[in-house]
Design a protein around this ligand. Structure first.
Ligand SMILES: [Zn+2]
Length: 426
């Protein structure tokens, strides 16, 4: 079992340096095979494709992809639960995970134990490419729900040691727990780490010196990144993942853009029914090439990004890079005239006195900014926040800035910086 895992691992690791043309050819072949498989084995796809008049033999070149009917979360939620599982797989033998539901109601995602190992391998590949070693202790800041299913028996042998710190605990307790175990690597939601960075600032420093910090699960705001890097004296590497497929894109030691796991996913960037051009923003459409039990093909995520570029990366990895992931689908604000505003352009967290913040937009003309006070907080803090947010959002909007004692987390354990109730993504 371990040897099989190691063999697979060395294969997936070798992929990182394959010539881009070879990766592309393999990726395309995998795409064709998966579409054909879904047509033959998955009732949902059979029905979807038949009603659109599509058959897999029409899929000859990537240009033909637009003929393949796209899917989205709602398609799976509304389908008969048995119709989404491929024939030959039994639901009771599969692993079930739920999407967080931050963009609406959650979806049950099923995959095989083998696929779970594959997901772990492509995850480890990111960590190792970024300098983690087999015996480095990782502290995983996690909500307890996921903690147990991430234990592997090889950890008892001293490989990939891991300690869990609970994101629901107070930042004081989390920092204390971290200092007790002195991890080489810290892994957690961006907002959890930003809170911890705030706690370190409050204390005036911490003896913690991790070699690397990885963030995941949420959009990493540039000002949070700076704050985390300053508090812990180490670079942050962000990982973009989905319950529907595992880790999709990730930052490497060169720190410029996100390498896309092209050996495991097929990515399209949709600019309103056509592929986005270089540098043009569009919505992510993803195909998970490694999961067959419940395939996700041309699955519309709604997160906004620009198409990947093939330029060589100094880190040696040949996977193309996405320059920016501009926003999770539910992370956008809207100006009074309906323009989308990326949460990445705010620097609220850098304003003196701000420990944490959250922006809640109830309507196009209503925005509430909640501020959790930190060191240096005064009445002027709210004023400065108001001025900054007004500058970014433009006129016609009532901006309310309020001091709060706590910022609640999502049921998923994530803390969202931006909550839009405008429902444009419904
Ligand atoms: Zn790189």
């Amino acid at each position: 079992m371990y040897w099989t895992g190691l063999k697979y691992y060395s294969l997936t690791r070798r992929n990182l340096r394959l010539p881009p043309e070879r990766l592309k050819a393999r990726q395309w072949r995998a795409m064709q095979e998966l579409v054909d498989f879904a047509w033959r084995k998955v009732p949902l796809y059979r029905q979807l494709y038949e009603s659109a008049g599509f058959t897999p033999d029409q899929l000859r070149t990537p240009e033909d992809l637009l003929r393949v009917p796209p899917t989205r979360k709602a398609v799976f939620q509304q389908a008969d639960p048995d119709s989404v599982i491929a024939r030959g797989y039994h639901r009771e033998a599969l692993i079930r995970r739920r999407t967080s539901g931050s963009t609406g109601s959650p979806l049950n995602v099923y995959y095989t134990p083998e696929d779970r190992i594959y997901r772990t391998l492509i995850h480890l590949r990111i960590l190792f490419h970024n300098g983690m070693g087999w015996r480095d202790l990782m502290a995983h800041i996690s909500d307890s729900r996921h903690a147990t299913d991430e234990r592997y028996s090889f950890q008892k042998l001293g490989f990939l040691p891991k300690e869990f710190v609970y994101a629901a605990d107070s930042p004081e307790d989390q920092l204390q727990a971290l200092e007790a175990v002195r991890p080489a690597v810290i892994y957690g939601y961006a907002s959890s780490l930003a809170l911890l960075a705030g706690e370190v600032e409050k204390r005036g420093g911490s003896p913690l010196r991790p070699r690397r910090i990885f963030t995941t699960g949420e959009l990493l705001n540039p000002s949070d990144r700076v704050r985390i890097e300053r508090a812990f004296g180490v670079q942050v590497r962000d990982i973009y993942g989905l319950v529907e497929g595992g880790d999709v894109a990730w930052q490497c030691p060169a720190g410029d853009g996100y390498h896309l796991n092209v050996d495991s996913f097929y990515i399209e960037v949709d600019a309103g029914g056509r592929p986005a051009g270089p540098g043009e923003a569009g919505r992510l459409v993803i195909t998970n090439l490694h999961s067959r039990a419940m395939p996700f093909i041309r699955y519309e995520i709604g997160d906004v990004l620009t198409p990947p570029q093939d330029e060589p990366c100094p880190c040696g990895c040949t996977f193309p890079r996405l320059q920016v992931i501009q926003g999770r689908a539910d992370d956008w604000l809207h100006s009074a005239d309906g323009q989308k505003v990326s949460p990445l352009i705010f620097v609220v967290a850098s304003i003196p006195g701000v420990m944490q913040y959250r922006m809640v937009q109830e309507a196009y003309d209503q925005l509430r900014v909640e501020i959790l006070p930190g060191p240096g907080y005064s009445e002027e803090t709210l004023n400065q926040v108001g001025i900054h947010v007004r500058e970014v959002m433009g006129p016609g909007l009532t901006i309310e800035t309020v001091r709060v004692e706590a910022i609640p987390k999502d049921p998923s354990g994530k803390m969202r910086r931006v909550i839009s109730r405008i429902g444009v993504n419904a």
